[in-house]
Design a protein around this ligand. Sequence first.
Ligand code: ATP
Ligand code: MG
Length: 336
Amino acid sequence: RTRTLSGVKPTGHLTLGNYLGALRRWAEEDQHRAESLFFVADLHALTVEHDPARVRRLSRQAAGLLLATGLDPRVCTLFVQSHVDEHARLSYLLGCVATDGEMRRMIQYKEKSARAQAAGQSVRLSLLTYPVLMAADILAYGADEVPVGEDQTQHVELTRDLAERFNQRYGQAFVIPRATRPAAAARVMDLQDPSTKMGKSHGATAGIVYLLDEPDVVTKKVMRAVTDSEAGVTYDREARPGLANLLEILAACTGKEAAALAAGYDAAGAGFGVLKKDVAEAVVELLRPVRARHAELSADPGYVDGVLREGAARARAVARPTVDAAYRAVGLLPPA
Ligand code: ATP
Ligand code: MG
């Protein structure tokens, strides 16, 4: 059976980008189709300036939200990354296979290190080595598929490279994984700055729709989205990124093609206002059941903790043998 694995960092409140790029498929498709593991990537949240109490709070909240999106602990495994030692153990080994040059080529490293420096913060070494830990996350479980947004494609490619290199050098230790992407909205852009990916850790919140935003807040953010001053509605990611973003979000919500939607509005002579109103309504409806289930779950925090405890035990049992074998393969003496 296919094995699927993916995660989300507790660096901020989960966004519409996270949902359309990744989370929605985990709940609607992946968990029913494949043997699935999903985790809150709390170790990755320490790669940038962080507040300990906030990371703890956001970790539990993220787990609750994942359950609210429909992840079912009877069919998938949900856990917290730091509860399973194998991630850190394997990360060290993969750091002995990866190169410094490879790490510095990563787009996310370039962007996030520039962001830290602009904010007067130091760049943590763990930000540079982040893709190694991510490779360990994936390879420890022998995942075949990694359902992620477009921004993570480069990291999954690197994971494949590291796995192949390790296998060639030390024997067949790892499954070679591949990234899977949603049909639409694989890269949701910030509504106020359509040249930037919507990101939960970004400070300016006006262009970010959070999963737990009230309906009127969602509507306000969508209605104020930056578009352009050209006439007519066309789908063109390069020339009209703001408009294309709205069309892609609507496409993801309705299951229609962005270009076909654009042609429909254009033929009807409808302006941006009509489109934005439709997008706002579609997003509010899409998120309504998630918000409702999240409210129910919040009444019972012990339930989430129980799911995470069982999930960690199951995850350990899957990862331990693979990581132990990798330790032996590179020449480390097994404990007597
Ligand atoms: P951060 O700003 O801390 O990096 P993030 O919003 O990018 O937060 P991650 O935890 O890094 O969220 O990513 C979780 C998942 O959501 C990944 O699969 C990632 O590809 C996906 N994702 C993140 N942002 C977007 C986006 N704007 N559009 C589509 N998918 C996204
Ligand atoms: Mg990210």
